[in-house]
Design a protein around this ligand. Structure first.
Ligand code: 5GP
Length: 184
């Protein structure tokens, strides 16, 4: 049913599984003796963090933050709002921020600076998808699953107006979907 709204599949289910395994082995090498705090940014991180965590074979803690920057549309506003904060203190901790996608970089940069201000010892960023063309701040994620073109994508956690998060792959929406919405 959801498939009908998809134009192109950019990252397939099989590709995602391979990417997650590669990322997990890099992170395991770097963190196996550090007992890090893995912080997922809701809601987009859910499928990614859940698959990633299962591949990380070392001691770690998990927490979540809910931040919003897009307010339901297709363009970043650059305005980062914290809807749900961490329940875990980060002072002295090694933190790994898990993101679905880095576009302008503003969201992750704001959260990273805030966690460092709160006393985190280190803050690194793992993202499934990177859209470097959209960057407006100087930020390079530490672990990048794959780089994609500057297009609005949905699926595997990523939404359009809160829908399509449950697609098992990442793709672009048919233009007709946006056109229908704007006529409503
Ligand atoms: P940034 O602050 O890097 O511009 O944006 C980060 C957030 O914007 C992501 O966590 C995600 O929620 C949203 N975002 C950026 N690009 C896309 C996209 O192509 N599709 C969707 N659905 N969300 C995006």
């Amino acid at each position: 049913m959801l498939n009908h709204d998809i134009d192109d599949i950019l990252v397939s289910e099989t590709e995602i599984a391979g990417i997650v395994k590669t990322l997990a082995s890099e992170i395991t090498q770097d963190y196996k003796h550090k007992k890090p705090l893995v912080v997922g940014l809701l809601k987009g991180c859910i499928p990614f963090i859940s698959d990633l965590l299962k591949e990380l074979d070392f001691f770690l803690e998990v927490d979540f933050m809910d931040v919003s920057s897009y307010h339901g549309g297709v363009e970043s506003t650059g305005d980062v709002k914290i809807n749900k904060d961490l329940g875990t203190a980060v002072k002295g901790r090694h933190v790994i921020l898990a993101e679905d996608i880095v576009d302008s970089g503003q969201t992750i940069q704001a959260i990273r600076s805030m966690l460092l201000y709160r006393g985190a010892q280190t803050v690194k960023v793992v993202t499934l998808l990177d859209k470097p063309k959209g960057r407006v701040v100087q930020l390079q994620p530490d672990y990048i699953g794959t780089t994609i073109p500057d297009a609005f994508v949905v699926g595997y956690g990523l939404d359009y107006k809160e829908l399509y998060r449950n697609l098992p792959y990442v793709g672009t929406l048919k233009p007709a979907i946006y056109e229908t919405e704007s006529e409503e």
